[in-house]
Ligand binder design. Sequence first.
Ligand SMILES: *Cc1c(COP(=O)(O)O)cnc(C)c1O
Length: 397
Amino acid sequence: MSYQVDENGYYGEFGGQYVPELLMPNIVELTDRYLEIIEAPEFQRRFQGFLRDYVGRPSPLYFAERTSDKVGYQVYFKREDLNHTGAHKINNAIGQALLAQKLGKRRIIAETGAGQHGVATATACARLGLDCVIYMGEVDIQRQAPNVKRMKMLGATVIPATSGSKTLKDATNEAMRDWIANPEDTHYIIGSVVGPHPFPDMVARFQSVIGAELKEQLGEKIGRDYPDSIVACVGGGSNAIGIFFHYLDEPRAKLIAVEAAGEGLTSGKSAATTALGKKGVLHGSTTLFMQTADGQVEEAHSVSAGLDYPGVGPQHAHLFSTGRVFFASVTDEDALCAAKECAQLEGIIPALESAHALSYLKVLKNDSDHVTVLNLSGRGDKDMETYMLHGLDQKDA
Ligand SMILES: *Cc1c(COP(=O)(O)O)cnc(C)c1O
């Protein structure tokens, strides 16, 4: 059983390239060239140099002692929250911006929901001297004002998406339209392991640095290069694949993905794609996504903007349907509790997305010698307003 992409761009029955005819030249160019470009030693030297000196990698592997005492087994945090710009997204943004340069593209476009991918992309473009245009839903522009200001300060142009629900999926549609209109000089930096082949594989490879570092760090800390389990949150799935990637063929490591259950699985307000979704074509690939009875994309809901996506990437759909990865879900309320607990036990304010994974730790029942690694995908500065809205800054809330 292979968990990686095949030569046709599929993971089992999921994946593929479902794009308008006019985009095919771009997709074919990328498909033909991405591996040769990113595997070249000179590209890897440059990429690794940026990851080390600019992003601040390797991110530490931290033994969460007080959390471990509380849950009764050993918990380590992989500290992606300590990266430049505050999350794992910068790994992919830098990788793809370097790739765009190699393809001779001087203009970058990207979609963003909460603005985290927009900020990471604007950052990479500023550093590499590339023009940057970010599409963002009009509603999200209002909800995420500080990130819009960051993108603008970094020199990016932010264009509001005014169609549909004026959120992430509409911004994605606008970005696709832009790419069709500007195929010659533009590269589209997709922010997660979604979209047509080769994006899911390309993004997974850039994020797989997380798992590669983990192997070394675990070797030093516990004397074996695999943990008993790994827990990561899933929006589109990039931080999860990043930490799972090198363990997919290691059956001794149990892999657990945590989706957002929003107000509850049966509330009609959630983003628990694998629990509720069906197979179909979304944003360029066959995958699982939440659908209305007549097959339209259903609106997702989560208190966390980064998990508020109605689908998962095709590799996750495959990992779910083969059973290699166990998918769980956590409600808004439980994630908020876990964020507060992490802040007060570890002195780390986590991103709300990561708080979903944290909340799952108390569900896992393990012996005291069990080792779990939790991917702490980002820091919580961006979520302070939400945390305060829910009273997390009150002492006994
Ligand atoms: C965007 C984001 C996520 C969700 O995206 P994935 O592609 O599923 O990783 C998770 N955590 C943080 C901190 C994010 O910014």
